[in-house]
Each structure stands twice: as structure tokens, then as C-alpha cells.
Ligand binder design. Structure first.
Ligand code: S3P
Length: 170
């Protein structure tokens, strides 16, 4: 980024259930910087939880808020930044990520479903999560790879081990 503003020291991307928030917090702790999550920023911006934004305003509106949230965070946050799983769908977001250190957390279908099943509700995975997840990944994997400077396979690794691998790879 230009203009003398701050930029994230590192950005985490990957599908729901890849561990972006958990690993992001660990990485922020180890690097001694703050953690920020654009999903939380969007909820603050909208004044409601993400599932409600999807229901009340629809996914396109959510994606607009998401581009705004990523632009804001990428320009002002100098810590670790986790993006929502679908953030890479927006070309504007992919452009914002150019030149930043971006870690893509790869996750196997089974692990992701296990994690998101226990976690906060994801509107896009509410019905038939396995099929939905497979479809999401077909569309998104090329985009994650496009923005990533580092790819970490999370399979069989604890969040601590994933954080170690990310730090080693950076
Ligand atoms: C989404 C992932 C969610 C959240 C929204 C849409 C997606 O974030 O942004 O529900 O399209 O994959 P997480 O990846 O943090 O679950």
C-alpha cells in the first residue's frame, strides 16, 4: 500500500472452518500485535450478526459491506487480519491484498465441516454443508491461491502447529 498508511503484518484467508480466527489470534500473540477480523467489523458496521445481514439484505449487500471492511482494515490495521471465507470473491479485495503477506489456510472437507459444525452459524453452509462446502471450494480455491504468498496445509495439525508453520514459512 502507498500513502504512508499502516498495513496488516499478515492476512489470513481460507474457507470457513480453516481456523483463521483461532490461528490468527495465536499469530498475533506470538508477533506481539493486535488481531482483527473483518467479520466482526462487518457486524459492527451493520449493527447485527452476519446471518441476519444475509436474511435481511441478501448476500450482495453483505459482499459490499465486506469490501468496505477489508479496505478499511487493510489501510488502518497494522496487526494480523483475518478475512471472511468469501472475501476473495471480490476483485476489489484481491487487488487490496496485492503486495501483502497473505497466508492461505488449506483445510480438508471433513475437518472444515467438523469445525464449522461446532462453531458460529454460517449462512452459506446451513443447508447440506458438505455439498455447499465442495462447491465453494471449487470456485474459491483458485482465488485463495491467487492472493496467497504462503499456503499452509492444516490437515492433522493443531492451531499451534499451524501458527508455527505459518511463522516458519513467512
Ligand atoms: C462466508 C464466511 C464467513 C462469513 C460469511 C460468509 C463465506 O466467514 O464472512 O458467513 O462466504 O465463506 P468465516 O470464513 O470466518 O466463517
Amino acid at each position: 500500500p502507498t500513502g504512508g498508511g499502516t498495513a496488516p503484518v499478515l492476512v489470513l484467508v481460507g474457507p470457513p472452518g480453516s481456523g483463521k480466527s483461532t490461528v490468527g489470534r495465536l499469530l498475533a500473540d506470538r508477533l506481539g500485535v493486535a488481531f482483527r477480523d473483518t467479520d466482526a467489523d462487518i457486524e459492527r458496521l451493520a449493527g447485527k450478526p452476519i446471518p441476519e445481514i444475509f436474511i435481511d439484505e441478501g448476500e450482495p449487500h453483505f459482499r459490499e459491506l465486506e469490501v468496505r471492511a477489508v479496505r478499511e482494515a487493510a489501510g488502518t490495521h497494522d496487526g494480523v487480519l483475518a478475512l471472511g471465507g468469501g472475501a476473495v470473491l471480490a476483485e476489489a479485495t484481491r487487488t487490496l491484498l496485492a503486495g501483502l503477506r497473505v497466508v492461505y489456510l488449506e483445510v480438508a472437507l471433513g475437518d472444515a465441516v467438523k469445525r464449522v459444525g461446532l462453531d458460529a452459524p454460517r449462512p452459506l453452509l446451513a443447508v447440506n454443508p458438505r455439498a455447499a462446502w465442495r462447491e465453494l471450494m471449487e470456485a474459491r480455491r483458485p482465488l485463495y491461491l491467487e492472493v496467497a504468498t504462503v499456503v499452509i496445509d492444516t490437515e492433522g495439525r493443531t492451531p499451534e502447529q499451524v501458527a508455527d508453520a505459518a511463522l516458519e514459512a513467512l
